[in-house]
Design a protein around this ligand. Structure first.
Ligand SMILES: Cc1ncc(COP(=O)(O)O)c(C=O)c1O
Length: 367
């Protein structure tokens, strides 16, 4: 019998074939030639100056408002460390990125989970919670092609969140690593660009547009907050990885970033379409919102479906995905997240056919 190929619909990472290896090699060479002294030194905790320049141009802010970190996960950790004390209330989307939940729990935050809708967080539910006396310090929002749900926050809701933050005195943490990966529809302005009261701290990353192994991400926010985080960063690691940041700076300034984004978007659009078609064909009772970009698609199976059992049965068939419960404090037992970023379309089709086979077997056993 032919050996079963393992298929991962679990990892939110790009496959090697869509990483711009040649352009990265060229960028590394150019970075080493252009500025060996800066590239190979410790540098400062703010990050590599040429990269800070590129980021501040992109977001139309002064470089004092920027810190570049080792991946945006490090940026998230610094921000939480700076702002969140045990017992502080932090708003999160339900479902949300599992590592956000983990970090906030570790810091002793009180998590206020507000449901997500197809157009982003339910702002009415948030407003009701605020009127009911909730006093959050921070709201963590993933505005574009959300991880794990794939949905995008509407413009109207962006305005509403900024208004609520100003009225109730909390900070919005706009966690936006997928913003450049829009396949269709109009791009929406960041809340960072819409806010006039300095209530937004913005994070993004080169993990999804260059490659995750380069570990470069960043924060943009009020100079005071960024200044405090730079101190925290100095005490944590002296400075981030200058070699990586110098390469990314070269990659961005040379135009390679735009080419890479085009490649990634083209491939991911095909993978998103293959996922949606395979689900419609193999599991017609599955409900999902087709994402307009990004890496992920969230699937709700009929109520009563046991996705924990389905995950085991699928793993026996060589397919893995992440259970919905991993992204929620409660609920999600009949939901799952499919990451279509790491696999070509034919493997997506095969992977979903195997999940469907496992699903039918379990449904048959339960009947
Ligand atoms: C919403 C969100 N934030 C942050 C990260 C961390 O990204 P990185 O540390 O690779 O920049 C991810 C990675 O998947 C993510 O989905």
């Amino acid at each position: 019998m032919a050996e079963l190929t393992n298929i991962s619909l679990a990892r939110g990472a790009p496959s090697l074939d869509i990483i711009a290896v040649d352009d990265l090699r060229t960028a590394a060479h150019a970075a080493f030639e252009r500025d060996a002294a800066g590239t190979f030194a410790y540098g400062t905790s703010a990050g590599y100056p040429r990269l800070l320049e590129w980021i501040s141009d992109r977001h139309r802010v002064h470089p004092d408002h920027v810190i570049a970190t080792n991946g945006s996960m490090q940026a998230d950790a610094f921000l939480f460390q700076q702002l969140v004390e045990p017992g502080d209330v932090v708003v999160v989307e339900a479902p949300t990125y599992d590592r956000t939940l983990l970090s906030l729990r570790q810091l002793g935050a009180e998590i206020l989970a507000i449901p997500l809708e197809a157009d982003g967080i339910d702002v009415n539910a948030l407003e009701l919670a605020l009127q009911g006396g909730a006093r959050p310090k921070l709201a963590h929002i993933i505005p574009n092609f959300q991880n794990p749900a794939g949905c995008t926050l509407s413009l109207e809701k962006r305005h509403k969140l900024i208004q609520l933050a100003a009225e109730h005195g909390f900070t919005i943490f706009e966690d936006d690593p997928y913003v450049e990966l829009r396949f269709e529809g109009e791009s929406l302005p960041t809340m960072l660009s819409m806010d006039e009261a300095g209530r937004v701290v913005y994070a993004s990353s080169f993990s999804k547009t260059v490659c995750p192994g380069i570990r470069v991400g960043y924060l943009v926010g009020p100079a005071e907050t960024i200044g405090a985080i730079r101190k925290l960063a100095t005490n944590t690691y002296i400075s981030p990885n200058m070699v990586a940041q110098s390469i990314v700076a070269e990659f961005c300034h040379s135009g390679a970033l735009d080419r890479s984004i085009d490649t990634v978007k083209g491939a991911l659009r095909e993978r998103r379409d293959a996922t949606a078609e395979a689900l419609e064909r193999h599991i017609p009772e599955a409900r999902f919102v087709k994402p307009q970009g990004g890496y992920f698609l969230w699937v709700d199976l009929p109520e009563g479906s046991d996705v924990a059992q389905l995950a085991s049965a699928a793993a026996e068939r060589g397919v893995v995905f992440v259970k919905g419960t991993d992204f929620l404090l409660e609920g999600g037992e009949s939901s799952l997240r499919i990451a279509y970023s790491a696999v070509p379309p034919d493997q997506i089709e095969e992977g979903i056919a195997r999940v469907a086979d496992a699903y039918r077997e379990l449904a048959g056993a339960a009947a």
